[in-house]
Design a protein around this ligand. Structure first.
Ligand code: SF4
Ligand code: FE2
Length: 639
């Protein structure tokens, strides 16, 4: 096993892992050491698509070079890539669909949620071209929800959210290539069908299918979810919160909310307040909600709820011995949490009929019964407080302050203090003057095979030092926050010119400064940096591909990151991944995704203007991103 210092850069995670090992509790970090990665799978060359196989083709040319059906290495790798994208996309699309249904039920008075951001509702309705005059808020909300659901139903045309949110140049490119999605379910189903044995066998066509998945992810997943969640729960505003395992509170009943959708967790927060007297009756001072993964990000952004852990250390929240319940919804929930929970008193509570874990408690959630489910969950946690074993208790001490809540709307509002008529101008001026060299979105996960936080933080610091504005989402944001990059304390890591800009904007809104990295939310909130780029491109009269903007995903573990990354590449944004995207077996697929512009070959860079950069050395990755930023600056500004 790796020494704990090799597993995470976070001292609290290190100490909890030591505790887990002492108590003979298996966690993902140790399982990663025990499980050898399959060389064939790593290269994407293993195929299990039919019962003639499984077939695997050795990339070194030894052994048979075709599957039984005749599929060659490039066809097999392209299919596995599309398969990853389809998986990632379907998760985000389901997220969007569930939020749309919740909005519909809320508007019809069937679910106990109110429309919190009426302004955003009107803005989205207008962008969708809906008539709003003489209609009630709920009538408009219902129409917006039905428009959203059309994106899972319509059989012709293009998705409403693509029409509404995509930059016109990008959309034209996708239409020319005939890859614009019609509806999310149709495209997902088509992707599964074309990928099956005996169907699409053209690597380039399969990769284009993957780009369509990226677009479904970007619009039915990211944009649709963000828009509707903002309408239902409020558009985030700057908020101060706390990070690290130390946000667990020894004196309170602790509940971790984990997963991705905010519908249930918003209600759990509400009921944790309402049931405080019951918690006091069992000797606790109240109920403390802490976040894990993106459910954590959602609550952080809108409610300032503290965040305990990113993906890779989720089991260690339980190892603290201080957690009464971990409530999970969808995505990134390790099945391993149940085995860990059985070594402590923690109750794992699953909530969705299609995401259960053997041995866990199941409390069914649906929007109509949101209150009942949340009340039951909080009561279960309160009841479990008495089972806490003081011998097993170990809560780390220090928390880190961080600012979050930087929605696109919040960023524009802050900028409007510098220029009320034209809020984007201060940002554009700073970019043109080189005070901001470019914009980088640090996104994605942490991965138990990688040393936690180090990739996310190293890439961010290198970019900040070089005056690149950094925004962050997902678990990457968690890594940055714990390392003070979301508080003015972290300004020391910025180049002088970037720091001046952050201070000027921050002071205009009454803060000492903006933090070095702006937390834009959960993984579905990658729609927010996309919106910011669209606004900048529109203002400058160029395409998104022309902007000095990059994405970086140094520690990903999830196919969702590949679909988000592909969404950005389809706009012409260069995207770095620090973890093997499992396409190396095929020179053809690797060249399409990562190759340079080259006459006679079709590469993402040639077609869209951006490419995939796979680089495991974090410093080198940052250098490559800076190079790309400088290249785009040269083209855009003639530098
Ligand atoms: Fe083998 Fe072809 Fe079947 Fe894949 S689809 S398992 S390559 S026969
Ligand atoms: Fe996420």
């Amino acid at each position: 096993l790796r020494h704990v210092t090799e597993v995470s850069d976070d001292l609290q995670v290190q100490s909890l892992l030591e505790k887990a090992r002492k108590e003979s509790v298996s966690t993902a970090f140790d399982r990663a050491d025990e499980m050898m990665q399959c060389g064939f799978g790593s290269a994407g060359v293993c195929c299990r698509y039919c019962l003639e196989g499984p077939c695997r083709i050795s990339p070194n040319g030894k052994g048979p070079q075709k599957g039984v059906c005749g599929a060659d290495i490039h066809q097999i790798v392209a299919r596995s890539f599309l398969n990853h994208l389809t998986q990632g996309t379907s998760g985000h699309a389901e997220h969007g669909r569930e939020v749309a249904l919740t909005l519909l039920e809320a508007a019809e008075g069937k679910a106990p949620f109110e429309i919190k951001d009426v302004d955003k509702l009107y803005a989205v309705a207008n962008d969708l071209g809906l008539e709003t005059a003489d209609k009630t808020v709920n009538e408009i909300a219902k129409e917006v929800a039905l428009k959203a659901l059309e994106d899972f139903q319509k059989q012709t045309g293009i998705m409403n959210w693509v029409q509404m949110r995509a930059h016109k140049d990008s959309l034209k490119k996708w239409n020319d290539l005939r890859i614009t999605p019609v509806n999310a379910h149709l495209e997902i189903s088509k992707a599964v069908a074309r990928n099956a044995m005996g169907c699409d066998a053209d690597p380039l066509n399969l990769v284009l299918g993957a780009v369509t998945m990226g677009l479904v992810d970007g619009y039915a997943g990211l944009h649709l979810s963000t828009d509707l969640q903002d309408i239902l729960f409020g558009t985030p505003k700057a908020v101060k919160a706390k990070y690290s395992m130390a946000v667990l509170d020894e004196k309170k009943v602790n509940i971790a909310v984990h997963g991705h959708v905010p519908m249930l967790s918003e209600k759990v927060v509400e009921w944790s307040r309402k049931l405080k007297p019951e918690a006091e009756k069992v000797g606790a001072e109240g109920v403390n909600i802490v976040g894990v993964c993106c459910t954590g990000n959602e609550l952080l952004m809108r409610q300032g709820v503290s965040v305990a852990s990113s993906f890779s250390s989720q089991e260690l929240v339980i190892v603290s011995g201080a957690l009464e319940a971990m409530v999970v919804d969808i995505q990134c929930v390790m099945p391993g949490i149940q085995n860990v929970a059985e070594c402590y008193h923690t109750e794992i509570i699953t909530t969705l009929p299609y995401v259960k874990i053997a041995g866990a408690t199941h409390v069914e959630f649906s929007p109509e019964i949101a209150d009942k489910a949340a009340e039951e969950i909080v009561r279960k946690a309160i009841k479990n407080f008495k089972n806490r074993d003081p011998e097993k208790l170990s809560i780390p001490k220090e928390t880190v302050d961080a600012y979050a809540g930087f929605s696109t709307e919040q960023i524009l509002e802050a900028l409007s203090k510098l220029n009320a008529d034209d809020p984007l101008m201060p940002l554009i001026d700073a970019i043109k003057a080189g005070k901001i060299r470019g914009v980088a979105a640090l996104v994605g996960c942490t991965n138990p095979r990688e040393k936690q936080d180090i990739g996310n933080v190293t890439v961010a610091k290198e970019l900040l030092k070089n005056n690149v504005l950094v925004v962050a989402t997902g678990c990457a944001a968690h890594s940055l926050a714990k390392n003070k990059l979301m508080s003015p304390e972290g300004l020391v890591y910025c180049g002088d010119e970037l720091r001046e800009v952050l201070e000027a904007i921050g002071q205009a809104v009454g803060l000492p400064s903006l933090p070095p990295a702006l937390h834009m939310g959960s993984c579905v909130d990658n729609s927010r940096p996309a919106d910011l780029l669209t606004a900048l491109a529109n203002k400058l009269g160029v395409g998104i591909k022309d902007l000095p903007a990059v994405g970086s995903c140094p520690e990903t573990h999830s196919p969702k990151a590949l679909s988000i990354g592909t969404f950005f590449i389809a706009h012409g944004v260069d995207v770095h991944v620090g973890v093997n995207p499992q396409v190396s077996g095929s020179s053809v697929v690797t060249n399409i995704l990562c190759g340079d512009k080259q006459e006679g070959t079709v590469t993402a860079e040639e077609v869209f203007g951006g490419k995939l950069i796979y680089e495991t050395d974090h410093i080198v990755a940052a250098e490559k991103l800076l190079e790309r930023i400088n290249m785009k600056r040269a083209q855009l500004l003639g530098e």
